[in-house]
Design a protein around this ligand. Sequence first.
Ligand SMILES: Nc1ncnc2c1ncn2[C@@H]1O[C@H](COP(=O)(O)OP(=O)(O)OP(=O)(O)O)[C@@H](O)[C@H]1O
Ligand code: SF4
Ligand SMILES: [Mg+2]
Length: 326
Amino acid sequence: MGYVVETIDLRAYYMLRRGSVKAVDGVNLKIGEREIVGVVGESGCGKSTLSRVLALDFIPPLKLVGGKIIIDGEDVTSIPISEARKRIAGTKISLIPQSAMNAIIPVTRVKDYIADVVKEKTGLPREKIVDMARKRFEEIGLPPIALDMYPFELSGGMRQRVLIALATLLNPSLLIADEPTSALDVSTQKMVLTTLYNVFKMGLTKSIMFITHDIATVRQIATRIVVMYAGKIVEDGPTEDLIHNPFHPYSKALMFSILTPEPEVRKRVEQTGGIAGEPPSLINPPPGCRFHPRCPYAMDVCRREEPPMIEVEKGRFVACWLYAKK
Ligand SMILES: Nc1ncnc2c1ncn2[C@@H]1O[C@H](COP(=O)(O)OP(=O)(O)OP(=O)(O)O)[C@@H](O)[C@H]1O
Ligand code: SF4
Ligand SMILES: [Mg+2]
């Protein structure tokens, strides 16, 4: 099976005057065809940055510092970024950014907005783009009348589904949806998840990367979960296995919050992000394992050396010294 995306030791930092924020720092990730991968982790761990980097959306101060991104077998980091971006935007990788739903220009009709975005990427005539959009709306169960409306006339769920239609218009290899359900109520969330699942099932995108801080949501759609902590992937495995039997001490804390039935305990855990202590500074991250200052199992080696990614069971990867062979 080919990979739609593969990253090798990917590093992307926000270059600030007071130092570089190492938001994506040595990420190795492979997403295959026909996969829905959930990316989870607490606020600020680098999820959105990773999505921007994969979409080659390098707006300063974000800068690619090292590593490779291979998209559909092509190393796009070996050619100038602007060139690579032209080649992949919309067709290979399509990103629905966090809060995109609130960022659509309110005074532009939906069809004009879609025509503007897609024309810039492809140069296709506007009428053709609107025709494609109408067809796509029908395919995914959106009323085509919404094309003639203004974004403010649409509900949040409808706007999010319009964005999904737009993001899949050119049948990308990978659709990245960054927190697409966070601002929505539970029944609307369900509708958006169904739309995402349908575009996947219908083959309108080969694979999906679904970013969220909410494990309960990711569980409904993802076949595999990737856990990020402080700019790195700390665990990667099949959804239910990882939720029921997390290996990494950070994943354990994260999963505990959803598997604890008592509402009082859950509330307390959720309020603290499921774990004692603060996430580390990404300008001066702790040496060794970045989780060591908060880890109840930390050993000497954890403070000195970065743990390698270890395949503990088939398809289950964890970056933690507890699992390294002595
Ligand atoms: N434009 C920026 N300039 C400088 N630092 C930034 C910028 N955007 C994000 N960061 C920093 O990069 C780190 C990773 O942020 P990112 O937005 O990727 O996290 P996230 O996991 O998506 O968080 P959330 O769950 O809150 O969306 C954080 O420390 C954040 O403060
Ligand atoms: S490597 Fe050490 S500090 Fe890091 S999670 Fe594992 S036990 Fe804890
Ligand atoms: Mg984010």
